[in-house]
Structure formats: structure tokens, C-alpha cells
Design a protein around this ligand. Structure first.
Ligand SMILES: Cc1cc2nc3c(=O)[nH]c(=O)nc-3n(C[C@H](O)[C@H](O)[C@H](O)COP(=O)(O)O)c2cc1C
Length: 186
């Protein structure tokens, strides 16, 4: 049934850690979805209508999604894997209210030493997506790094792939065509 269904993983990453997690989530999705993993700056301006699952993730900066100022602070730390010009916050703003039959899930990376602290970019992104009328089908997921520039904790890449596999199950166990019925005729 989901033979041609598409999934899109959109990620932001300064030092490459979130990029690796995004790639691993993509691997977990690939058996079930035609999957693309794209950096925020490379994403089409509008979401293609046949994207069934949108997965969005970025680094946790100052307890939430990055801002221009926090990305500049990151850039001052060392080489970056993508330009600091845009992030998940700006991308979601550009995306606007849901116009497609797409459900969503969010993830982030955070520092393991402060894992007791509440701030999570994934949680903030999920909240934003719900405001934009997206159904968020899984609890926001955090993956941990040892320090600001990494590395990822042992086992996190594996856990990310498995989280992707779980998203397939979560998406598949929703009532058939559940989102379809709302916005047909569009
Ligand atoms: C300006 C700035 C603020 C940060 N604030 C937080 C924070 O509030 N909580 C946290 O757990 N990690 C924080 N971090 C660490 C980032 O989460 C970490 O750099 C990120 O997970 C690395 O992913 P990346 O390589 O994809 O950029 C911060 C990093 C930067 C650069």
C-alpha cells in the first residue's frame, strides 16, 4: 500500500551530529517510504503533496530551536557543515499551515550532561507543527552528544535508525486514509 509513499527528513546541523542522526532515521524509513534526507537550506519551498511523513530535526540551542544569534555562536566554535543563514525555526515558518496529507515527527540533538534540563528543539518544533495543523505521530525524540561539537554518544546512530523504523509503524497503524478524509478536494 505504501509502495510509492514518500517521506522527507529535513534537518539542521552545525557540526554534523544532527546530520548523522537524520541520515540514520532516513535508513530506518527507507524500507517503507521513498525517502529523501535534506538540509533545511536545500528543501523545496513548498512541500510536495505526496510526502506522507515529514520528519524535522535540529540541534537544541538555548533550550529550544536555533536562532540566527545561536547559529552565529556555533559558527564561532569551528567548521560548520551548513551555512548559519537558516534553521528549522525559519523553515517551519516558511512551511506555513498544512496543505497536504502529511503527518509529522520531530527530533533533536542535545548535550548528555544537561539531559535533566527541559529544553528541547524537538519539543518546540512539534509544538510549532501542531499550531500549523500537522498531526505529530510520535513523541519528540532526543539524541545525545558528549559536548557542543559532539561526538554522538555510543549507540545513538543505531537508536536513530530504530526510531525511524518505529515511525513507519506509527504511521502505518493510523486508521487508513485518516488524513485524507479531512482535506479532500484540495
Ligand atoms: C549556541 C548554542 C547553544 C546550545 N544550547 C544547548 C542547550 O540549551 N541544551 C543542550 O542540550 N545543548 C545545547 N547546545 C549543544 C547543541 O545541542 C549541540 O551543539 C548539538 O547537539 C550538536 O549538533 P550539530 O552537530 O548537528 O550542530 C548548544 C549549542 C550551541 C552552539
Amino acid at each position: 500500500m505504501s509502495g510509492t509513499a514518500r517521506a522527507l527528513v529535513v534537518y539542521e546541523s552545525m557540526f554534523g551530529n544532527t546530520q548523522r542522526i537524520a541520515a540514520a532515521i532516513g535508513e530506518g524509513l527507507r524500507p517503507a517510504f521513498e525517502t529523501e534526507v535534506l538540509a533545511v537550506g536545500q528543501t523545496p519551498r513548498t512541500l510536495p503533496g505526496d510526502v506522507r511523513l515529514l520528519v524535522v530535526g535540529g540541534p537544541t540551542h538555548a533550550f529550544g530551536m536555533s536562532r540566527p544569534s545561536t547559529r552565529d555562536q556555533a559558527a564561532a566554535q569551528g567548521p560548520m557543515v551548513m551555512p548559519a543563514t537558516t534553521g528549522v525555526r525559519e523553515w517551519l515558518e516558511m512551511l506555513g499551515p498544512r496543505r497536504t496529507e502529511t503527518v509529522a515527527a520531530t527530533f533533536d540533538t542535545r548535550v548528555n550532561k544537561v539531559r535533566r534540563l527541559p529544553g528541547s528543539a524537538a519539543r518546540a518544533a512539534a509544538r510549532r507543527l501542531r499550531h500549523q495543523e500537522y498531526e505529530v505521530i510520535a513523541a519528540p525524540a532526543s539524541f545525545y552528544v558528549g559536548d557542543m561539537t559532539g561526538p554522538l554518544d555510543e549507540g545513538e546512530v543505531d537508536r536513530a535508525r530504530k526510531w525511524g523504523e518505529q515511525l513507519v509503524i506509527a504511521q502505518g497503524s493510523r486508521p487508513a486514509g485518516a488524513t485524507h478524509h479531512h482535506r479532500r478536494g484540495h
